[in-house]
Design a protein around this ligand. Structure first.
Ligand code: NIG
Ligand code: FE
Length: 410
């Protein structure tokens, strides 16, 4: 496929770039105006200026008609394998209950676990696939998907097998994360430490023996799992080669950042309650702080301190957290807009946060998340827009003309 008359290609890096940190989030991705791009065998082959058009014989020439080409979005934190929805709790929230109130009443994650237990693997796959297709249509080309609504060995395996099928079937790149420590399963109510022991001695070996997880996650937060429990799980998972990507500091200053960094986490996610101490610990690590502004928006929580993290020289990734309880949306353009409007990222920084840094938060660099010859051809072709800034600014106007994954239209 040869795309011509592109107003601007944005999100260009050289092939060796990992994540973009601090000031690099503004300067590290290049642009090229008035350009063409050639895709071959699912990869980006070459690109250049329209004034130097190569004579390539392509029978598939697309006129961008003044649209932009961007890297497809990389959503490094989602929970899209779930059954049904939790719109009843939406009303409870409007009526004043907090996320923790709902969880304490036995709703929340346990409500989704009950629904999931009654749903067949095929039905779960069908529901998750629809969500993944919606995400791809909105521009996502790589996504991480977590388990964590099973909370028993068989139901966690059911979720992870659904994720494995999505990996096989979707044109988007999919990574799988085992989140058995999302909440204590109902049959272990009041026996949290026994649940953790069962997770380590039964769930983890079963997940590992089927090769179902790339990463391990723990909800390390007030009312959920403690730092010591998190350490126990991360240590056990390390023996199976699962690196952590953990939920930390959403509800309280939980110690989650510290324990994540200690076990070499690829990312620590949420961070709504992160302060100077956590930022300085992250500075001495390769762990990527990942912020989820959709959850702040939906639950009315503070937004994570993205500007402070960037000022300290950290790489910030933004992700959707698509899940039924705290962020029922996988729209990364909305995440970009919230990053700009609520966290004061410049549009170029927000683009880096949802592409190259999102890919790094899934350990997918350099093949995903930016544009260079040899990268996987996961791209968006936009409608005619005046500039990148317009995309988070006019945040509900349709902006995608075509989504291209592995070099093909979806
Ligand atoms: O990232 N915080 C923990 N887990 C999810 C919410 C899960 C749910 O409520 O179903 C989150 O916000
Ligand atoms: Fe989450």
């Amino acid at each position: 496929m040869l795309i011509v008359n592109i107003k601007q290609i944005a999100g260009i890096t050289d092939g060796g770039t990992g994540c973009l940190s601090g000031g690099e989030m503004l300067t590290g991705m290049g642009t090229m105006d008035d350009a063409w791009i050639l895709l071959r065998d699912g990869l980006i082959h070459s690109f250049g200026s329209m004034s130097e058009m190569p004579q390539v014989g392509s029978d598939d020439v697309v006129d961008a008609r003044g649209g932009m080409v961007l890297p497809a979005f990389c959503d490094s934190h989602t929970h899209i394998v779930y059954a049904g929805s939790r719109h009843g709790e939406f009303i409870d929230k409007i009526n004043g209950l907090s996320y923790e109130d709902i969880a304490r009443r036995g709703g929340g994650i346990l409500n989704s676990a009950d629904l999931l237990a009654r749903t067949s693997e095929d039905e779960l796959y069908a529901q998750a696939r629809l969500r993944a297709e919606e995400m791809m249509a909105k521009g996502t080309g790589a996504m991480e998907i977590k388990s964590g609504y099973g909370l028993s060995t068989s139901a966690e395996l059911k979720m992870l097998r659904v994720i494995a099928r999505l990996k096989e079937d979707l044109p988007a790149k999919v990574c799988a994360t085992f989140l058995g420590a999302h909440a204590v399963g109902r049959s272990y109510a009041g026996r949290q430490s026994e649940y953790v022991e069962m997770l380590v001695s039964e769930m983890l070996p079963a997940v590992a023996s089927e090769g179902l997880a790339d990463f391990v996650d723990v909800f390390c937060d007030q009312g959920f799992f403690t730092v010591n429990e998190t350490a126990r799980i991360l240590e056990a998972a390390a023996k199976y080669g699962m690196r952590p990507k953990i939920h930390a500091n959403e509800l309280a200053v939980s110690g989650g950042v510290q324990v994540g960094v200690r076990y070499g986490a690829v990312s620590v996610d949420h961070l709504e309650r992160m302060g100077a101490e956590e930022i300085s610990i992250l500075k001495d690590s390769t762990t990527i702080p990942t912020m989820l502004p959709g959850a702040s928006f939906f639950l009315g929580m503070p937004y994570a301190p993205a500007r402070e993290a960037i000022a300290a020289g950290l790489p910030v990734a933004l992700a959707s957290d698509y899940n039924p309880g705290s962020s029922p949306s996988g729209d990364m353009r909305m995440v970009m807009a919230l990053g700009c409007i609520k966290m004061r990222l410049l549009p170029t920084e927000a683009l880096a946060a949802i592409t190259v840094n999102g890919a790094a938060a899934m350990d997918l660099r350099p093949r995903y998340g930016s544009i260079f010859p040899g990268a996987v051809a996961n791209l968006l072709l936009t409608v005619a827009v005046p500039s990148l800034d317009f995309i988070p600014y006019a945040y509900t106007s349709p902006f995608i003309r075509r989504v291209i994954l592995q070099g093909k239209y979806i």
